[in-house]
Design a protein around this ligand. Structure first.
Ligand code: FMN
Length: 208
């Protein structure tokens, strides 16, 4: 097991890399590892609201670069993951998606549906279903980035994108999917260590 200091050192080492090496590409085993870190992430009610669209080819990455306002971090990456969230209709407690996810858990599907329905009604009545689904993608993103740095892979989370262009480049319908977040991975073009700029602990933490 990794100790606390070791884990915090990893957290300090990760930084938002803006340009990746053209020579040292993320290989297939590294890509599979990063995606597995995403797959293992937790989600509300265990519904796994996401799908991970992993761009590896020059053409798929070039299309995503355009959809991400021509950002270098995307264009120079050798793995770009679009974490897409299913849109609100998927979460109908009586629908097929909830049935397929809910039936995997111990206990009956009807018990799962009954448990989920109260929260679903709250989210629907407050028009929060899409926001809720998209929020889950950030957890997977964070786990993938932390997992990546633990294996010597650099990354950058990308929120600067045009949702419809991202979906179009993947052949996805905006009625069914929303871009949760985009994450670029590679090996940094320059070896650099960046100072972590963070507010002090006492400013951002209050024990209550
Ligand atoms: C949700 C999220 C979205 C981000 N979107 C972008 C982006 O579109 N382009 C970019 O260059 N950096 C982006 N960043 C990187 C942040 O600017 C960076 O993480 C932050 O300044 C802290 O720096 P550090 O990650 O190097 O510690 C994003 C980071 C997060 C967490």
């Amino acid at each position: 097991m990794i100790d606390r200091d070791g884990f915090l050192a990893l957290m300090r080492d990760r930084y938002a890399c803006k340009r990746f090496s053209a020579e040292r590409r993320v290989d297939d085993a590294e890509a599979a590892y990063v995606l597995e870190c995403g797959r293992l992430s937790p989600s509300s009610f265990g519904l796994e609201h996401w799908h991970f669209f992993a761009a590896r080819s020059a053409s798929a990455i070039a299309n995503l670069r355009k959809a991400c306002f021509d950002q270098d971090a995307v264009g120079t990456a050798s793995l770009v993951v679009v974490i897409a969230a299913r849109r609100a209709p998927a979460y109908d407690p009586q629908g097929p998606f909830v049935a397929s996810r809910g039936s995997r858990f111990p206990g009956t599907l009807s018990a799962f549906v009954e448990d989920f329905s109260g929260y679903y009604d709250f989210l629907r009545e407050n028009n929060m279903l899409d926001h809720w689904a998209r929020s889950q993608c950030y957890l997977a993103c964070a786990n993938m980035m932390t997992g990546a740095v633990a294996s010597g892979i650099d990354s950058c989370a990308i929120e600067g994108y045009d949702n419809e262009m991202v979906l179009e480049s993947l052949g996805l319908s905006p009625c069914e999917w929303e871009t949760g977040i985009v994450v670029a991975f590679g090996h940094a073009a320059l070896s650099e260590s960046r100072e972590k700029i963070r507010a002090p602990f006492s400013e951002v933490v209050t024990y209550v």
